[in-house]
Design a protein around this ligand. Structure first.
Ligand code: COA
Length: 151
């Protein structure tokens, strides 16, 4: 059974907040501080109104199991993916990321896709490498930078 994606809405606010504050997700994020509810709501409202950003909820077997986001910049679209802790380690991330990138390219244009990954985040390094991302010089000291160019 394959995972599917749907655009996130305001109704996903609570779920997205819980996922965002998952300890492993915070630890692997560029900014590891816990996210207060109010700032999460402001962030989500701005994101949903911004055509340069795209946020998808991942569904699998009728359940919401994670999210994938793209923030378009002048260099490309920065991708961020997270699965609920209950659904990690099952090999789902690769089909999810591939599907999300294909959907993003189809709907928002074929921008290069950029990922920032902390060096200790082994599942993420394996995932992005397996999806064809190549390491490039990073502008951040605490995260490696990877790029996937459209064909
Ligand atoms: C990153 C993330 C989406 C990967 O999904 P996942 O379900 O954990 O990973 P998968 O089961 O799909 O496996 C992906 C790869 O990581 C490996 N892996 C999975 N869990 C691992 C672990 N605990 N330690 C080491 N490797 C692991 C798998 O073997 C696989 O590699 P392979 O294809 O070479 O065998 C998920 O771990 C997550 O949501 N993490 C928290 C948020 C985060 O770090 N996001 C990324 C920010 S850049």
């Amino acid at each position: 059974m394959t995972a599917t994606l749907r655009p996130a809405t305001h109704e996903d606010a609570q779920l997205l907040w819980e996922w965002a504050n998952d300890p492993v997700t915070r630890q692997n994020s560029l900014d590891s501080d816990e996210i207060p509810w109010e700032s999460h709501l402001e962030w989500l409202q701005a994101l949903l109104a911004n055509p340069a950003q795209a946020l998808f909820v991942v569904e699998w077997l009728g359940e919401d199991i994670g999210s994938c986001r793209f923030d378009t910049t002048s260099d490309g679209a920065i991708v961020s993916i997270g699965l609920a802790s209950t659904h990690r380690g099952l090999g789902l991330s690769r089909p999810v990321l591939t599907c999300a990138i294909d959907h993003f390219w189809l709907t928002k244009g074929r921008h290069p896709i950029i990922a920032y990954i902390r060096p200790e985040n082994t599942p993420s390094l394996r995932l992005f490498t397996a999806c064809g991302f190549k390491p490039v010089d990073s502008d951040l000291s605490h995260a490696s930078r990877f790029i996937l160019m459209p064909d």
